[in-house]
Design a binder for this molecule. Structure first.
Ligand code: ZN
Ligand code: ZN
Length: 338
């Protein structure tokens, strides 16, 4: 972190404080200086804060930023994506000279260290097993909500610490919206059911989507599924160090566009995954990110047909020196459920 500094950096985003120090709190900040790191938090967290190694702990009042305004006097960089306007004003009125910076800690977080990769592998292994078990369940006759709760229960049974994000189950036409909320729709024979879910383990996330067929589905839906599967494969083959997030997206998108469904793939190809389920790097047309070994990203093309349904296939991969390693193991052929 110190190598990236042009001035001391005030880190406000809780996830970045946690990444740099291992310290978890909703009311903490750190100041990274060339020779030291200062950790600020209030009485409620002080006991744990004193145990953090490699930092100088300073106990603050409950209102962290009005207190910091008195403690900081020099020129300080702040996280433009994290510091609220109200807290910015506290600091400015206290005479702190503030320089906005972006993506400093995020750029470090994007390249995973080996222990982070291990946690993501474990979270993905739990996710893989949860999908295996879900595929043995009866889908027809249960609501989207019931299936979502069942998936949460499977994660719990398999040893997840938490969910990486709320489980999404979308049946039939519900899935035409990429981020639907599970509702009371009862799953019917011949529906496609999209399930997007991921476990969290040791603070790290996993992310997977599969689309299931309930019994037999129409040939036309099978054909669309096959297009998404080929697009996902093209996306995986494009992933390697030096490739831009844009070019990876284009590789998968071309398959869907060539099949005439370009308008029906309205989101990006994927995103980084780590302490947060959405982080750098980003794989989409507007992205300026360039992939590097150690990135962990999703590859998740989809086709959404209004009034009919949606199909998405999402794998989680690690960028390696010459390509990528796919962590998700659940089959990608269209799996039929009861
Ligand atoms: Zn997902
Ligand atoms: Zn995702």
């Amino acid at each position: 972190m110190r190598e990236l500094l042009q001035e001391p950096l005030l880190v406000s985003a809780p996830v970045n404080v946690r990444y740099l120090t291992g310290f978890e709190s909703t009311n903490a900040a750190i100041l990274v200086e060339p020779e030291r790191v200062r950790l600020f938090t209030d009485f409620r967290y002080a006991e744990r804060a004193r145990e953090v190694e490699g930092v100088e702990f300073e106990e603050t009042k409950r209102y962290l930023y009005s207190d910091l305004a008195e403690r900081l006097s020099e020129r300080v960089a702040f996280e433009a994506d994290a510091l609220t306007y109200a807290n910015y004003e506290f600091l400015r009125e206290g005479g702190v000279e503030l320089v906005p910076r972006r993506s400093l800690v995020e750029s470090l977080r994007a390249v995973k260290q080996s222990e982070e990769l291990e946690a993501i592998r474990r979270a993905t292994e739990v996710t893989n097993q949860a999908y295996e078990r879900l595929a043995e369940e009866q889908f027809a006759g249960r609501t989207e909500k019931e299936l979502a709760w069942r998936m949460e229960q499977l994660f719990h049974d398999l040893g997840a610490d938490a969910l990486a994000f709320p489980v999404d189950v979308a049946a039939g036409p519900t899935a035409a919206s990429p981020h639907a909320v599970p509702g009371d729709r009862v799953v019917e024979e011949s529906d496609l059911v999209l399930v997007d879910a991921g476990a969290m383990l040791e603070g790290y996330c996993s992310d997977c989507t599969r689309t299931f067929a309930v019994g037999e589905v129409s040939d036309s839906l099978r054909d669309v599924y096959e297009i998404v599967r080929r697009a996902e494969q093209a996306g995986l083959e494009a992933i390697r160090p030096g490739v831009s997030g844009r070019d990876a997206d284009v590789a998968a998108r071309a398959v869907i566009e060539d099949a005439g469904y370009g308008e029906n793939f309205g989101h990006g190809l994927g995103h980084g995954v780590g302490l947060l389920v959405h982080e750098a790097p980003v794989l989409r047309l507007e992205s300026e990110d360039v992939l590097a070994a150690g990135n962990v990203v999703t590859v998740e093309p989809g086709i959404y047909l209004s009034g009919v349904g949606g199909i998405r296939i999402e794998d989680l991969v690690v960028v390696t020196d010459d390509g990528c390693e796919v962590l998700t193991s659940f089959p990608k052929e269209l799996v039929s459920v009861g």
